[in-house]
Design a protein around this ligand. Structure first.
Ligand code: SF4
Ligand code: SF4
Length: 366
């Protein structure tokens, strides 16, 4: 009986379930953003914040997470500056190994924004612009070049001592605050680039996700080895082409048995529109284990909730930078409000000096 009810819910509401999960994660991001904004504002005014820094903010530091991953390989330890960034990065990569680029279409707030910009595209244009095949192919490779550049630079070109220096550098410690300032004090150039990308995303469907996002490029590569894939039963398929027309990643589904494409985000729009029973399904390892939208939602929530719980219990979720240290690091980076910043402190505090200050603080107040 419960299986029957789940089937009905899945059939009617596959996209509603996905939207609910997207909004759930968007809600978490907004809460984290508000808390982190408050934390940063107090620091900028020279105060020790009376609220905690939300560790989840490190999700927005993928390059720092890549360096942290190399640090993990080199030392066997999760660094103490941005541990949650590394944990989230590993969980996202794990989700791609299990359920394609589901992170992009089920969790990522930029993926959600991209979907709404695509809706705008459909509302504005009667004949939406279609990028011809070969420019589309060339443009799609940009995100892979960007991802490959970061992986190559960090894993193959960055020496071990540079990894250590980067992890404990003042720049990396306050990278999350710099990232927040990027949005709250956005420069004219960054604003123009953002507006251009958003406009292009209205004119060309999924412009950012399809062509430029290096995180998506990395996940696309990992997803080639994904256990979960969309599988089509060619015996019961009538070739109606509804799945092809529904796919936001423009994948030609109706002539394949298994969708191996690196562009598949496991959004399940295709499975939702297929009129034939047991014909098009997301399944893990073989067609005998179909995964319904409810199950995808549950698996993704379990991956992130489980991973974060394990990280918390093992002491690898909250970083070890104290609020006082944040204040000093912000001074060293000239990030305090001018009125209250001590000029001498803002002038290039050397890393060695910074380390000693941190040691003194840690020794003085455990
Ligand atoms: S519609 Fe189907 S094939 Fe296309 S991205 Fe979504 S799940 Fe993948
Ligand atoms: S929607 Fe279903 S029946 Fe139609 S082409 Fe796609 S897989 Fe075949």
């Amino acid at each position: 009986m419960s299986g029957f009810i789940f089937n009905i819910i899945d059939k009617i509401n596959s996209q509603l379930i996905r939207r609910f999960v997207q909004l759930f994660f968007l809600g978490i991001v907004i809460i984290i953003g508000i808390q982190f904004y408050d934390f940063t504002a107090q620091l900028e005014n020279g105060k020790i914040p009376d609220i905690e820094r939300p560790p989840g903010v490190e999700a927005f530091l993928p390059i720092s997470a890549l360096v942290s991953l190399k640090h993990l390989f080199l030392t066997g330890k999760i660094n103490e500056v941005h541990p949650s960034g590394l944990v989230i990065f590993i969980l996202v990569c794990f989700s791609a190994l299990l359920l394609k680029k589901s992170f992009c279409s089920w969790i990522c707030p930029f993926g959600l924004l991209s979907e709404y910009l695509t809706k705008l595209n459909a509302a504005i244009f009667i004949n939406p612009l279609k990028v011809p095949a070969w420019p589309d192919y060339l443009l799609r490779s940009v995100k892979y070049f960007l991802a490959a550049f970061f992986v190559w630079s960090i894993f193959f070109k960055m020496p071990a001592n540079a990894v250590m220096q980067f992890i404990y550098s003042p720049y990396n410690v306050v990278a999350d605050i710099k990232m927040l300032k990027f949005f709250t004090d956005i420069s004219a150039t960054a604003l123009i680039v953002t507006i251009v990308i958003m406009l292009l995303s209205v004119i060309i469907k999924n412009f950012w996700c399809r062509y430029l996002c290096p995180y998506g490029g990395l996940l696309g590569f990992i997803s080639l080895f994904s256990a979960g894939k969309i599988r089509r039963n060619s015996d019961s398929c009538t070739g109606c082409g509804k799945c092809d027309r529904a796919c936001p990643s423009l994948i030609k589904i109706s002539d394949k048995k298994i969708i191996n494409s690196d562009e598949c985000t496991a959004c399940m729009k295709c499975t939702g529109v297929c009129p034939e029973q047991n014909t098009l399904e997301l399944s893990i390892l073989s067609r005998t284990v179909p995964v319904k939208p409810m199950a995808v939602a549950f698996i993704l929530l379990a991956i992130f909730a489980g991973g974060i719980t394990i990280a918390s219990v093992s002491g690898n979720w909250h970083n070890k930078v104290t609020k006082k240290q944040y204040l000093i690091y912000m001074m060293s980076q000239g990030m305090l409000n001018n009125k209250i910043a001590i000029p001498a402190m803002r002038d290039n505090i050397k890393m060695e000096k910074m380390r000693k200050m941190m040691e003194m603080m840690n020794n003085g107040k455990p």
